[in-house]
Write a protein that binds this ligand. Sequence first.
Ligand code: GA4
Length: 322
Amino acid sequence: MVVPSPMIRTKKTKAVGIPTIDLSMERSELREQVVKACEEYGFFKVVNHGVPKEVITRMEEEGAEFFAKPTSEKLQAGPATPFGYGCRNIGPNGDMGNLEYLLLHTNPVCISERSKTIANNPTKFSCALNDYIGAAKELVCEIVELVAEGLWVPDKFSLSNLIKDVQGDSLLRINHYPPLNPKINDNNNNNIGFGEHSDPQILTILWSNDVGGLQISTHDGLWIPVPPDPNEFFVMVGDVFQVLTNGRFRSVRHRALTNTMKTRMSMMYFAAPPLNWWIEPLPKMVTAQNPSVYKPFTWAQYKKAAYSLKLGDSRLDLFKVQ
Ligand code: GA4
């Protein structure tokens, strides 16, 4: 059953509730609700997700410990091109945000190497990170298997196997948004922590502390705030899932605003396939009446396009069939 969160009245007085999906519910109902949430919002909250609290807390503490370090030390873990510590700069094309972050590849070898520049106790850091990534990956695989079942895809493991592939290109990002008092800090009144965009990957698993700031855009362009919930996870449909479903799911545009009083921290696991994987609509999603909307492309080609554009650009348009 989709449990709607408290109704939010937007300016246009339209009532919108973010779907909440209880992963312990009966499977046939569950897969339908997951598909429905992916179609309607490209975004939902999951409860009874099975990730131990201790796995989240250890990662949160490691993140907080890193961001509490003096800037000179944090810079030693940078720049974030492609991976490491970043501050204000997002991507290579001049996008800026009021945040600092760690952007990491989830490959265990990369993690153990990177940990040496990030943490005073690299073993403890990489252990917390590997456990967190393992849990997020399991959650994402469970969700894509439910989707595959819900869409009647013949091989229900085809997508989860890609995410589990040792060559997988999944990433982990920890964002840290210090409080921003607009009167003191910013003469442009800019409270954007991370600007509007969609995630390029398949699915994103997002956790945040109890400080609000995340907003999602509905299909009709209304921005709705997401009430924070540090006990649960939020799931976001990425661009690749939009292509796989031939546009039946749409990647969710979202942004993060900074809080004026409190520090917000969020952690995102971006589930991606291997770089050489070809992306095109699943055969099940293409019919004579509903031909493919996208040309086939590899994940490497898509990433290249994403990194050549600005954060908020609609990169999927480049891959549409004319
Ligand atoms: C958005 C989702 C992830 O945070 C990210 C971001 C990446 C980056 O920060 O380096 C990108 C952005 C994200 C999309 C377009 C490109 C790439 C910044 C940017 C301008 C790590 C990702 O995979 O794509």
